[in-house]
Ligand binder design. Sequence first.
Ligand SMILES: COc1ccc(-c2nc3ccccc3n2[C@H](C(=O)Nc2c(C)cccc2C)C2CCCCC2)c(OC)c1
Length: 233
Amino acid sequence: KEKIEISKEQKALTKLIVEAYNQHQIPQDVAKKLLQEQYSAEENFLLLTEMATNQVQVIVEFTKNIPGFLSLDHEDQIALLKGSAVEAMFLRSAQVFSKKMPNQHSGVLEERIRKSGISEEFITPMFNFYKSIGELQMVQEEQALLTAITILTPDRPYVKDQGAVERLQEPMLDVLRKLCTLQHPQEPQYFARLLGRLTELRTLTHYHAEMLTSWRMNDHKFTPLLCEIWDVQ
Ligand SMILES: COc1ccc(-c2nc3ccccc3n2[C@H](C(=O)Nc2c(C)cccc2C)C2CCCCC2)c(OC)c1
C-alpha cells in the first residue's frame, strides 16, 4: 500500500482554497429563514433571485483567490465564471441542504422547497442530486476543492486557452484525490464518486432556465446579472 503524502505546497493550496471558500460564503440563514415560515411562491422566487445574485458575487470573490486564476486571459475568466455559475449555485444548495440538522428540520426544509413554487417535474432530479451529495458526507476541504474544480472546467463554452485552465485544475484534482484517499481509506472509489456528482450536476443545470420560467407565478422578474448568468429573458 503506497503511503499517500500531501506535500507542503498541496497543504498550502488546500488551506488557501478552504479559507477563500469559507470567507466568501452566504451564511446558512436561507435554510433558517425557510424553516421559520412558509413563504408565497412570489416571496420564494424573490428570495431565490436574491440568493442567486449574491451567490454569483460570492463565487467571483472565491475564484479570484484561486492561484493563477487572475493570470488567465480575461475573457476566459468570464467564460469560466459564466459557465459554472449555475452549477456552483446547485452545488452550494446541495451542501446547504445536506448540512447536519435535526431530522424534523430537514423534513420541514424539504417540504418548504417542494412547495416553494418550483414546478413538480424538477423536484425529483433536484432532490436526487441533493441526496446524492448528502450521502458523500463531504468535509469542507472536499467541498471547497470540488467547487474550485467545477469553476476550473476547461471545456466551458468560449474558453480559448483550455490548456491554461487544465494546468490550474490539475493540482486541485491531485490534492482532492489524495485527500479523498486519506479521508475515506475504506472507500477507494470515493474520489470517482465525487467527480461523478459533477456529471449529475451538469444534467441538473440543463433544466435551470425552465425551472425559473415555470415557477408558479406570473411575471418573473430577474436582475440584470441573473439574465446574464441564467438563460432567461
Ligand atoms: C434554479 O432553481 C433552484 C435553485 C436552488 C434551489 C434551492 N435548493 C435549496 C436547498 C437548500 C436550501 C435552499 C435551496 N434553494 C433555494 C436557494 O436559496 N438556494 C441557494 C442559492 C440559489 C444560492 C446560494 C445558496 C443557496 C442555498 C431556495 C430559494 C427560496 C425558495 C426555496 C429554495 C431551488 O429550490 C427550489 C431552486
